[in-house]
Design a protein around this ligand. Structure first.
Ligand code: NAP
Length: 459
């Protein structure tokens, strides 16, 4: 082995270690930023190692790729707003998967017929996963951005057509594996995989996209691991496998937090129709004035804020931090209760509150905050709905029965900030809003919080 090869393998080892520590760091909000820096360091080491140790045919395309990629990356990092983060992530997956598919095509053209059986199998795997993830992620990004119809697209015989397309794709991969010179089978597999990616994602509603995206992330990772096998590149195998399995574990955790099975997310068409579901909701909703709400907050001993999707759409994170600070100055204990699937992507609330500099020590996970709620004077629900719906706990016939919730209804008093009678992601009515302990403060969350802060100052 030459000196440059030793150097390359050493940088790959460093990169792999950095990736593992990065994942560990990203598992907690407090260390997530450090985790991202470690991941960047790992990626930098892997790129430098490859550029120095690998045989470079021409630098021209590498420099062009580096420039174009950096410009697109910088644009996505600087100008894409926080609210558009899910679709930005979907686009990143599409690019990663397309890169894997293109490398696979390149390898097929360069060494297709000379490959051994294992490498050819890995190539087929890489092409299938890379291509279907590319189109699947583009559809996911389009749905989340509202460019493509967000509701689940379902038609008669859909599952049969999807299964048929899948079998054709795998059949073509098998044919290519047996006949390495079958150019038509190879490119047909590529085309069918692109179509399958579209078919896979259109039946899923935009609100379920985060689960689908973390699954696609997992596919993109596995496609990269397969690329590693094709190229004999260790860092790709390690990083791809880590990415693949962490994406899969995340998808499973998200499904668990919504009390839904993966099959239900992928084939359930959630959001297309509301299943036969009963609700305990009924009665009248009691409205509260701004001044009365401010009074309750100002004289409370303990206040718990429970943010949800509405906080994100209203971009109310700074307003809630300001209100929390005002209350703390008055001696009120303020906590934030964070539900694992509040909002529309994992960690949505953590990211927003961190952006507004809400201290991590004030953030409580669902299991930590629930025992605190009976001692809480006021629970303030900010644009959250499903994650505080008591039907999930009390009504076995509810569509969301069994989904763990933040039990705000156990607090002495609940103030719900929302714009009107709009329902949550599940489309269900929420009996919390009709309970005697609950009062509604209508309006956009940001403006309600800003006005509440002003009113608290005058109490
Ligand atoms: P939600 O159930 O979607 O409810 C959001 C509420 O916010 C609505 O009732 C809406 O009522 C209100 N709202 C919207 N815009 C507002 C604004 N500008 N100001 C004030 N209120 C506003 O949200 P959630 O409680 O956070 O629950 C999240 C849901 O998404 C769960 O069902 C979860 O399973 C699902 N989901 C989450 C993820 C994830 O990774 N986090 C992934 C997939 C699915 P009005 O229209 O009346 O204002």
């Amino acid at each position: 082995m030459s000196l440059t090869s030793y150097f390359m393998e050493a940088t790959y080892l460093i990169a792999s270690i950095l990736f593992i520590f990065a994942l560990k760091g990203m598992s907690h909000p407090e260390t997530a930023r450090r985790g991202m820096f470690l991941a960047e360091g790992g990626m930098f080491a892997a790129i430098v190692g490859t550029l120095i140790g690998a045989h470079i045919v021409t630098w021209v395309w590498i420099i062009v790729g580096l420039l174009v990629g950096s410009i697109i990356g910088a644009w996505m990092a600087i100008w894409v707003p926080m609210t558009a983060m899910p679709q930005r992530t979907a686009l990143s997956h599409a690019f990663g998967a397309l890169a894997a598919a293109l490398v696979g095509i390149g390898e097929f053209i360069a060494h297709g017929t000379e490959m051994g059986g294992v490498t050819r199998g890995a190539l087929g795997f890489e092409i299938m996963l890379g291509s279907l993830t590319t189109t699947g992620s583009l559809i996911a990004a389009g749905k989340l951005q509202g460019i493509i119809y967000g509701k689940p697209v379902q038609f008669r015989g859909q599952n049969i057509i999807n299964l048929g397309t899948f079998l054709i794709m795998v059949g073509l991969a098998g044919f290519f594996w047996i006949h390495p010179d079958a150019v038509i089978a190879f490119y047909s597999m590529l085309g069918v995989a692109f179509v399958f990616g579209v078919l896979l994602v259109i039946p899923i509603g935009s609100a379920d996209m985060p689960v689908v995206m973390s699954l696609l992330n997992s596919y993109a990772g596995l496609a990269s691991a397969a690329t590693g096998f094709v190229l004999g590149n260790n860092v790709l195998i390690i990083a791809g496998t880590l990415d693949g399995f962490s994406g899969f574990i995340l998808s499973v955790l998200m499904c668990k937090a919504m009390n839904r099975s993966m099959t239900n997310v992928l084939f359930g068409g959630f959001g297309a129709v509301i299943a036969e579901s009963t609700s305990n909701a009924g009665g009248v909703m009691r409205e509260i004035s701004l001044d009365d709400a401010a009074m309750q907050l100002a004289f409370a001993n303990q206040v718990v804020f429970v943010p949800g999707y509405g906080l994100a759409t209203a971009q109310a994170q700074h307003a809630v931090r300001e209100l929390a600070e005002l209350l703390e100055e008055r001696g009120v204990t303020v906590r934030f209760g964070i539900h694992p699937v509040a909002g529309r992507m994992p960690g949505h609330m953590n990211v927003l509150l961190a952006e507004a500099n809400v201290p991590y020590s004030s953030l409580y996970e669902m299991d930590q905050i629930n025992p605190e709620l009976p001692q809480t004077d006021v629970a303030v629900v900010i644009g959250a709905n499903d994650v505080v719906n008591p039907d999930a706990r009390d009504n076995p016939k509810s569509l969301i029965a069994g989904m763990p919730i933040i039990e705000v209804d156990r607090a002495k008093s609940v103030i719900v900030l929302k714009r009107g009678q709009g329902r949550g992601f599940s489309g269900l009515e929420n009996p919390l809003f009709f309970k005697p302990c609950t009062s509604m403060l209508y309006g956009d969350a940001k403006s309600s919080l800003t006005h509440l802060a002003q009113a608290v100052q005058h109490v």
